[in-house]
Design a protein around this ligand. Structure first.
Ligand SMILES: [Zn+2]
Length: 481
């Protein structure tokens, strides 16, 4: 295993050694489901999707857990995000949760993000959260105050080790309003007493209430991955307090190390500005998908190292699109050439070029999942593929199939930027590709019989629905806008 990961815990690149040989247990903080998913979510989950896909590509067996936060994630004002949305829309909280959970999956599916193996919901794991909270009380790390339970950060000498924050900074930032019932301003809630109007409430040893946000990840990670597991991921914006509190809770309750490698994705801005509802610059995934193919959005998100920030803008996306079209153009050319290629086993010399690309790809991905460099490896390969295919020499079927399989494997299975079948967006892609091919064949028959009015008509009608044909010496290829 030559994979190296930059471990945010300790801030150094380390050799990745899973706890159990051949297996990776991985947890990534999931979304709070109270509004449409935006392109910030797309960045986080596309990056971890790339990580999981690559780990599996290397032969590791990955158990990927990503939670759904459907209770307990409060705003700075102390309001529950989901309850507030429910009140605004006169819906039940669980209707909000259901609506936006489905929306999240629809968006992620559209982006080709492979679903986690387990997607536990916070509201379905209340007993586990109560149990861990009780353990923390029993071990002297937490205390009850008027029906709420708080974690006493002064009992954890390692508190702050992920985010490198010191207590004095924390004290300065704490909110006045909740100081009273807490022993120290930086203590955080494991369980909150439910006010009468709070609908999401459960019985507990401390009265009716609901769990704090952080405890769900500690309790659910433990349930599905064990007390100590390999990789914990999330967006860098949640490093404090959320991830820091997860570590404190888990390590104080379990008295063993929590996650061994911490990977955090960089943030996303839009036109150089942080996305916020008040600025009105939030780009939802649905909006982005109206303008760009999912593969282009993935290519854009993977064009920066996962830990780096990216800036989303039309110019940047158009750039990603141009790069993607060059890559995908070569893939389509390869695929269309396969049908007419001679069976002879020629051009074996290109296999060496393919082996080189595969080795380079694995080598840059082994270096902390360097997807931008992996894309560059495919782009360099593409230059040579184009040279080969445009050279005029006959290229054998086996060589073309080998090229196609490298694109499918590295660009498709690992990065998710090369579709398995030539198609426009959507699940009916294969059928659409077949239909377009029938029309191309009809047009070619018309051209052969010199019925140019008919062949032009087919080309123009296809153009009207966004399908562009390109006649080449070796046949006609198509592209969907
Ligand atoms: Zn979490």
């Amino acid at each position: 295993m030559s994979l190296k990961i930059f471990n945010v815990l300790g801030r150094e690149k380390q050799d990745f050694e899973p706890l159990q040989a051949g297996k990776v247990n991985m947890y990534v903080c999931g979304p709070t489901v109270y509004s449409d998913s935006h392109i910030g979510h797309a960045k986080t989950y596309i990056n971890f999707d790339m990580v999981v896909r690559y780990l599996r590509h290397t032969g590791l067996q990955v158990l990927y857990v990503q939670n759904i936060t459907d209770v307990g994630h409060l705003l700075d004002t102390g309001e529950d995000r989901i309850l507030r949305k429910a009140q605004q829309t006169q819906a039940l909280p669980m209707q909000i949760v259901e609506t936006y959970t489905r929306g999240f999956y629809a968006d992620m599916d559209a982006l080709g993000v492979v679903r986690a193996d387990i997607s536990p919901r916070a509201s379905a794991h209340i007993p586990e959260q109560i149990k861990m909270t009780q353990t923390l009380i029993d071990k002297g790390h937490a205390y009850v105050a008027d029906g709420s339970v708080y974690f006493d950060v002064t009992t954890d000498e390692h508190y702050g080790k992920l985010s490198n924050r010191r207590m004095t900074e924390l004290e300065a930032g704490a909110r006045e309003a909740v100081r009273d019932e807490k022993r120290h301003p930086e203590d955080f809630a494991l369980w909150k007493r439910a006010e009468p109007e709070h609908i999401l409430r459960w019985d507990s040893p401390w009265g009716e209430g609901f769990p704090g946000w952080h405890i769900e990840c500690s309790a659910m990670a433990k349930k599905y991955l064990g007390e100590t597991f390999d990789i914990h991921g999330g967006g860098v914006d949640n490093i404090f307090p959320h991830n820091e509190c997860e570590i404190a809770q888990s390590e104080c309750a379990n008295e063993v190390e929590f996650a061994r490698y911490w990977m955090l994705t960089g943030s996303l801005t839009v036109d150089g500005v942080k996305m916020s509802k008040s600025l009105g610059n939030v780009v939802n995934i649905k909006d982005a998908l109206r303008d760009y193919r999912p593969e282009v959005i993935r290519m854009f998100m993977l064009s920066a190292h996962y830990s780096n920030p990216v800036d989303y803008s039309d110019g940047a996306l158009d750039g990603a699109q141009a790069g993607w079209e060059r890559l995908y153009g070569a893939v389509r050319l390869t695929r269309s050439a396969i049908n007419n290629a001679p069976d002879s086993a020629d051009g074996n010399s290109f296999n060496e070029r393919l082996d080189k690309a595969k080795a380079e790809f694995d080598s840059v991905m082994d270096d902390d999942f360097n997807a931008p460099k992996a894309i560059a490896v495919l782009q360099e390969l593409t230059r040579d593929v184009n040279t080969l295919l445009n050279s005029g020499a006959a290229v054998g079927k086996s060589t073309l199939e080998a090229i196609n399989s490298v694109y499918n494997d590295l660009g498709g299975s690992v990065l998710g930027i090369i579709p398995a079948v030539d198609s426009a967006n959507g699940s009916n892609g294969q059928r659409e590709a077949g239909l377009v091919q029938i029309l191309i064949d009809l047009r070619n028959q018309a051209r052969k019989s010199k019925n140019f009015a008919e062949s032009d008509r087919i080309r123009d009608e296809l153009a009207k629905i966004g399908v562009t044909l390109e006649d080449r010496a070796d046949g006609t290829i198509w592209r969907a806008n």
